[in-house]
Structure formats: structure tokens, C-alpha cells
Design a protein around this ligand. Sequence first.
Ligand code: SF4
Length: 595
Amino acid sequence: PLLPVFDAFVIGEGEEVIVEMLELMKRWKGAERERKLKGLNEIQGVWVPQLGRKRVERRWVEELNEKNHPVKQIVPNIEVIHDRFTIEVSRGCTRGCRFCQAGYIYRPVRERSIQEIIDIASEGLQFTGWDELSLLSFSLSDHTGFPDFIIGLKESFPDISISLSSIRGDAISDEIAEVMGRGRKTTITIAPEAGTERLRNIINKDIKDDDIFRSLEIANRYGWNHMKLYFMVGLPGETEEDVIGISRLLNRISGRIKYLNVRISPFVPRPFTPFEYTPQEGIEDLKRKKSFIFKNLKARNVNVKFRSPEVAFIEGILTRGDEAVFHLIEKAWRKGLTHQAWGEHFDFTEWERIVEETGIDVARIIEGGSRHWDNIDCGVGEKYLRVEMKKAERGIITPDCITGCTGCLACPGDPEVYRKAGEYVSVRVKKKKEKMLYRITYRKKSPFYSHMDCIRAVVRGIRRSGVKPVMTEGYNPRPRMHFSPALPLDFTSEEEFLYIHVYGDIKKIPVPDFIEIRNIEEAEKVVSYPYAVYGLTVDNFDEDRLKQVEDVCIINSKDGYIEVVVPSNRSVKRLFEKINIRIIQGRRIGWRREP
Ligand code: SF4
């Protein structure tokens, strides 16, 4: 669908081809646009559609190594989702789940060695100051160095919590649960995808119900109480039994774990998979299945989210549509349909209207029309996909090619070549330095960051300076620290303090621009101040009204600007709200022992 807008497409993985493209653009700086486009079109994996349809062979990197992994990752100043350092431990998957496009187009599996993973973590954590690591992989437990690299990371960075992107239900062992259980607990995620083993055979997802229950048991034993499960509905060959199977499975699981989050998505068939021609289930049928699942769900502690069938319908059009679909996209955009992946912005009625106006035959796309992407060679042969489709119809599993090549043609046929976990030699944990208590004083320069954003930034800065915080005990270890009482979000401050127990000397703390470190000093004990001093600009100042508030003591006032002393445990904003005086600008100036 994006053919009419882009000058050039890169098919495949970018690490190497981006360098070739940039070199060409540099070499031909100032040359005519046509010449550059022609040059780009000659690079393997690059396609310039205006120069005609050509066969494009995807690009892929044969080796993942430290050189092609980003270490200096961007650290957000505020808390965001995925607020952690991410390491891609492997790429590709050879399990062959028949619905999964990524599983086919990223073949073969390539691994980083255990030592590389540890080295990247070491450099990245030091650079960013993050206290959480996320290990990215299609199927973490399929890495031949699993769980050794997790053991290695835990031994090397005992205070860092590790989030595992996806572990197969049959891969959680006592050993791995024990290692993971030592730090902060994250959620265990399992993707059975279908409610019954019969349907899992059709989609080639070789997970048994028993595997899920065994993992649950182990997770429970080691103190996990959050689990996330992923399912799909509308899969090829699905029957009512399979749909009700989802509810039954959840009913059985729910009593065995405290928090169970479930995500159910309508299946959208994708190009370059065995299901690329299959029809997508209609909206009404999906809705019927949704209510069927909820009707049969007895469990109470399950939080089920069902992805909108209407959104899936539009996704289906964009996924398998040809260039004509671009008119639909353009029209939708012109009508202001942006942020359509967000439920509150999605407007299906408007989409239906646009489909009618453009006259595009969306039914043909949803039904699985032509294979108009066949000039793209994504590695896996088309014949192989057809054979897989036939096997799906008969419910025959294709084994993971790590046990023997199944002939998909994505690599020269020896998956071992790209698997290079190596040995993990246990590191002796270095003796920790002496414990120290520090008092850090800082200025909060911007009103747009929260109190916790500041604390996080200072603690990250301490880690970045190479000093490790002392952690609390228990299931969710945190840095052992005490900080000044919360400051309202829109206030600045001249003097905030943070006491933190660390191993070693803090000399300098690198922090983002919205903070300025004013002082770093060793402290004997934590000292707290019962009173805080604020400088406030207010728009309807009334001294008499203010004097009625017992807890506020005015020390200065001039032309709408006042300085007041307030008990540290009281919210200055709330006190002023009560007497109807509006604070336009607020700043914490300092601390006092007496009012
Ligand atoms: S060619 Fe064989 S070994 Fe290589 S990814 Fe395909 S099935 Fe696996």
C-alpha cells in the first residue's frame, strides 16, 4: 500500500545495507536525483518502485555481534513503557508457527554469544544507568545458551532486574525460576495462542496444556504472582470447541495464580506465511466468539482484553492490500483519522465511509486475494509455504529445524552455523566496596518533571558514575534511600535532598538538564526537616485568609509574591486550594527545623 509514496524500500535487515546506501548518497552528493535512485535500485535488498517491478532479495546479517548492537540507547527523562536497557540476544525463530510473519522473514536464527550479551549489558548499563534489563528474542528459551546467559547476567549484575520478553511455556525450569526469583519479579508471559492442543497443531504451536500448568507450578513455587497469556481467535480450522477451550483453560489457570492478564486478538493473515491466502474472519463472527469466551469465563481474577475486531479488519486491509489501498490511507489521513491504533481515536464508521468512497474491493483483500508481493524474496520459498499450509489442513506439526533442516531455503541448511552461545564460565562476584551513606542536594530547574523523575535521574546518574546503590531485601529490591517529601509536579526547587546508601565513593553525578547537582557529601545519618520554605507567586493574595491557616507561616510578602513556611508533611497546594488562593508559580526554597 505504500508503493506510491516511497522513493525506495529496503527489504530485510538494515545494519549493513544502510551503510551501503549512505556511502552511495555521500559519493553522489550533488548528483541528479534519477542517478541516485538508479544507484540505490542496484543495491541488493533495495527497491525503487518507480524504476519498475524487480525481484528483490531480502538482506540479512549473518552474524550478530557487539559491533551491530546499539549500546548508547536513549534514556527518557520521564518514566515510559519499556523504561530499561534492551539487548537483542538472538534474532529469528525456527519453530515455524504458521501464523507468524516474523518467524518466517527473520529466518534463520542467529544468536549472540553469552559473553557478548554480558559485555553489551555491562557497557549499556554503565552508560545509561538503568536498573532493569530486557532480553529481546523471538523465543528466549530457544537460545542454545539459555538459561546460562541469564545466570551469567544475574551473577554479573545481581542488583539489576531482568525482564524476559517471551519464554515458552515448556521452558520454565526450577533452575531458571530460581535464578530469576532472586531479583525483582517481572511477569511471566506465555503465548499458547489457541485454546486447544488440536488447534495448536494446526498453527504449529507445539505447547501442551501440561507445559503451561507445570510452568505455573514452578512460577508459584518461586514467588511469581503475575502471568500474562496471549491467544488468537479466528484462526484457520477453528471450531467452537477451540474457542470455548480458551475460557476453559483460563478457568483452570485462574485459581493457581494471583494476577492473570490475558490478551486475545483476532487473527490477521499475513504475507510470507503459510496462511497468507487464508480468508480473515469477519467482524460479526469475531464478536460472537468474543461473547462466547466471556460467557464461559468463570474465573474472577482474570483481566481479559479483547482486541477490537474492527481494528483487526482495517489491519487486514493494510496487511494484504496492494497499492490501491494507498488511496484509502491518504483519504483517511486527509479526514483527520490519525492515531487509529488508539481505541479512543479509532472511528470505524468513518473508515467504512471512506472504503465506500474509494470503491476499493476490500472484501477481496480480506478473503485473501492475489499474491501481489511475489517479487519480494523473503528467504523462505513459496513452495515451502504451500506445503506448510497443506500440513496445517491435516493438523501435522513441522518440527523446529534445529532438530534437522526442514528445507525452507532461508539459509544454506545448517542452523548450527548461526548458533554460537559458547560456554559460560561462572564469574566470581567481586567483593563489594565499603558501604557509605551520601547526602545529595540538587536543584529541580524545570516544573515539567515529577519528583520521582528527579529521584530516578539522580539514582541513574549515580549508577552511570560507576557506583552501585545498596539494595533493600525482599521480592522487589530497590536502592536503599530517603528523600525529601514530594514536590508538586509544576513546582521547581532550589534544594531537594536525597540520602542514599552506596558501595564506594560518589565523585560526580551525570544528570539531565532539568536537574543541577549542588552538593555531594558523606553523611553520618539521615536528617529530615519538619518544615519546608516555599516561594509562591499567587494571583489573589489575601493575607487575612492566609493567616487563618494554622499550618502556614508567612515570612515575606510583596506584590503577589510570598514566602511561607509549611510543615513538610502537608501539601502546600492543597492548603492554598482550601482558602481559594491560586498559586501561579511555586518553588521550594529550603528547609527548616522550626516554623
Ligand atoms: S533452510 Fe533449513 S536450517 Fe535453514 S532456516 Fe530453513 S529449515 Fe532451518
